[in-house]
Design a protein around this ligand. Structure first.
Ligand code: IPE
Ligand code: IPE
Ligand code: MG
Length: 259
């Protein structure tokens, strides 16, 4: 298992290919509406966009790809759309897992599974088990995920394991309990569909992630759009609180500010 690294403490080298990309795959409904199709047709096409993105990430050498498939707030949608999305998720697991495994991809699902039916939970467990030892890209699907839920469950799990920490604990003590403890924090966040918000995605983990928003609707996203996002990322200077001169390695006296 990869060691948990906090980008806010472990400063990565100058941006090359991001190790970890997190994506909010938004705009499926609008993509379909533009074509006079039902919203669910957009979700269906969204699976293809995901397939292409996974392939491109593998080829580019991205180590972790994390995608938001269903938020804890998406239960508020019409019942038939929610049930379509659950069915689509199940079908995707059934159809794609063998191919993911062939491609050495490690699949992980994060989110609150207590609302999923038994069949879906079984498939999730099987898929994770089958691909657990794969050493290529780690693909994480966030389903019934919420950033606040993640922080709350982490605190509760930590306290169950270590009741003595109720008197106080550090970030390092809490971090192993987050859903994404196995991955470094995202370097690059992409949201398609034009909205500029986080929508309760990886709140804790994105403290220092570079944010990229594009109007491209998710079903139209693919290799080219991914490359554009990575190019934007590579043109940025990740300072993590330091000055530009420090980042560029110029000679400046180090030290902390005395208040
Ligand atoms: C994102 O697309 C997919 C999910 C939230 C499941 P949307 O369904 O939100 O598409 P828009 O935003 O309505 O276009
Ligand atoms: C965010 O998309 C969640 C997913 C893509 C799964 P939404 O379309 O649900 O986000 P909001 O509600 O418009 O912020
Ligand atoms: Mg949306």
């Amino acid at each position: 298992m990869a060691l948990f690294q906090s980008s806010t403490r472990v400063i990565p080298n100058a941006p090359g290919v991001p190790r970890h990309i997190a994506i909010i795959m938004d705009g499926n409904g609008r993509w379909a509406k533009k074509r006079f199709l039902p919203r669910v047709a957009g979700h269906q096409r969204g699976v293809e966009a995901l397939r292409e993105t996974v392939k491109a990430c593998r080829e580019l050498g991205v180590e972790y790809l994390t995608v938001f498939a269903f938020s804890s707030e998406n239960w508020r949608r019409p019942a038939d759309e929610v049930s379509f999305l659950m069915q689509l998720f199940l079908k995707m697991l059934e159809r794609e897992v063998a191919k993911l495994h062939e491609n050495n991809i490690c699949l992980k699902i994060i989110g609150d599974r207590s609302h999923f039916d038994d069949q879906l939970n079984r498939r999730i467990a099987e898929a994770e088990q089958l691909t657990a030892n794969n050493t290529g890209l780690t693909l994480t699907i966030a389903a019934n995920y919420g950033g606040r839920w993640d922080i709350m469950q982490a605190v509760q799990a930590m306290l169950r394991a270590h009741p003595e920490l109720s008197a106080g604990f550090s970030e390092t003590e809490l971090e192993p309990y987050f859903s994404m403890h196995y991955a470094p924090e995202p370097d690059l966040f992409i949201r398609t569909g034009g909205e500029q918000r986080i929508s309760n995605f990886l709140l804790w983990q994105m403290a220092y992630t570079e944010l990229y928003f594009t109007d491209t609707l998710w079903p139209a996203f693919g290799r080219k759009a991914l490359q554009a996002a990575i190019q934007s990322y590579q043109a940025r200077e990740r300072r993590f609180g330091r000055t530009s001169e420090q980042v560029r390695g110029e000679q400046v006296p180090e030290g902390k500010v005395d208040a």
